[in-house]
Design a protein around this ligand. Structure first.
Ligand code: IMP
Ligand code: MG
Length: 183
């Protein structure tokens, strides 16, 4: 695997660069600064949605100039396919107590919005002081559910992407840039 290649051929599919490492890092820094301003004097809990959000969350909190806590939970919806299965399962629960806390849900990508809808319902059973959502990527044309995303890294076309935490059959998360399936 050449991590800087102009294109990646995976199972006969061609993936081409969509966002460079530099573009991603610049935007993540901006998001971190924006969150630092918006949460001045607060101690938010960043809650990452595994597995996809782990790299974004790591870079994001390094750009946040606040005392903060982190936790993760794990959802599954895609299985190993390139299209959503339409079902969400909770595979790993939260460990922290979110009641009375300012929580920031960290997503890698919002596609149909099904996962985020599930998350909103999950947290409606708790009583956080506030809840916001940051997603590195959003596919606006794929949205099927009415969800609120407070901070968006990039709006991208409705095509399958990999890298920077995002997988195809659990692989390619370790690419520093983001590639898109070329059709
Ligand atoms: P949604 O529930 O349809 O919004 O999909 C959300 C989840 O599906 C994301 O958190 C990802 O884990 C996964 N996903 C959506 N689009 C892509 C993609 O283009 N590449 C890899 N994973 C994706
Ligand atoms: Mg995800």
């Amino acid at each position: 695997m050449n991590k800087k290649a102009d294109k990646l051929i995976i199972n006969g599919d061609t993936f081409i660069p969509l966002l460079t490492e530099e573009q991603i890092q610049k935007r993540v820094k901006e998001l971190g600064e924006q969150i630092s301003n918006d949460y001045k004097g607060k101690v938010p809990v960043f809650i990452g949605v595994l597995n996809g959000a782990f790299i974004f969350m790591s870079d994001l909190i390094k750009n946040v100039d606040l005392e903060c806590e982190i936790d993760f939970f794990k959802l599954s919806s895609y299985g190993d396919s390139k299209i959503s299965s339409g079902k969400v399962k909770l595979l790993k629960e939260l460990n922290c107590d979110v009641n009375g806390r300012d929580i920031i849900i960290v997503e890698d990508i919002v596609d149909t919005g099904l996962s985020l809808k599930y998350i909103e319902e999950l947290f409606s059973k708790h009583t956080p002081e506030s809840m916001k959502v940051v997603s590195l990527l959003v596919k606006p044309e794929s949205l099927k559910y009415d969800v609120k995303i407070d901070y968006i890294g990039f709006r991208i076309p409705s095509q399958f992407v990999i890298g920077y935490g995002l997988d195809y059959q659990q692989k390619y998360r370790n690419l520093s840039s983001i590639y898109v399936l070329s059709e």
